[in-house]
Design a protein. Structure first.
Length: 224
């Protein structure tokens, strides 16, 4: 191989290598986008699909479960997840208490929302709107853009919690409020839950009744 071709090959390899590095570089604007989302989105409404993937075992492939429903939130600290498929389940926060309702069991579990609220995925959605509040609970790291979104990785500062990693995917358009599109959660058992949000309505007008849970007649109420 002549010196010319050796030099040409080296230039091509170098260009490809540098291109791969640039493609994987974190986007420094991602944290700014998260801050804008928190400050400018006071409420929201969307449909969601959730895919939960359990780690593979020695003799089994990874297990996957899919569910879907609707989601609404309003700052500070109010939200409602209404699962419709494959089972009816409801999760409601009124800012003081967190209510979990399983229709099949006709059972309600209620606990104080302050218990572990700061380091949960819900804190990303319905916190006070200040990025510094999240930074007090999480180490936040901007990641490379992918899937047409900006990404932020959050690691809880207290590692003993159930949540190990949270990744937030935001769709950003010029002169528009960033929109929450994906929330990924990895728990201590290695299980991954990915929520994809569709038809996200920014600053939706929601009534107070949205975040008030009424216990169904005859339902068992558990207060751990």
């Amino acid at each position: 191989m002549t010196r010319f071709f050796r030099n040409l090959l080296a230039c091509i390899v170098s260009a490809l290598f540098c291109g791969a590095i640039m493609a994987q570089a974190p986007n420094p604007e991602a944290l700014n986008s998260l801050s804008q989302f928190l400050k400018q989105t006071q409420s929201g409404r969307a449909q969601f699909t959730q895919l939960v993937t359990s780690p593979a075992k020695a003799d089994q492939a990874p297990r996957r479960k899919t569910s879907s429903g609707t989601f609404e939130f309003q700052r500070p600290q109010q939200f409602r997840f209404a699962y419709q498929k494959p089972f009816v389940q409801t999760m409601v926060s009124d800012g003081q208490s967190l209510w979990l309702y399983d229709a099949d069991l006709n059972q309600v579990t209620v606990r104080k929302q302050s218990q572990g609220w700061g380091q949960t995925p819900a804190a990303f959605i319905a916190s006070t709107g200040d990025l510094k509040v999240l930074q007090a609970e999480f180490n936040l790291l901007a990641e490379a853009d992918s899937e047409g979104m900006q990404w932020i990785k959050a690691t809880p500062k207290q590692s003993e919690g159930a949540v190990q990693i949270i990744r937030v995917g935001l769709k950003v358009q010029a002169q528009a409020i960033p929109v929450l599109s994906v929330l990924e959660i990895v728990d201590g058992l290695g299980q991954t839950s990915r929520l994809n949000f569709q038809n996200f309505e920014v600053n939706a007008k929601l009534t107070p009744e949205t975040f008030q849970f009424k216990t169904p007649a005859g339902a068992q109420v558990i207060r751990p």
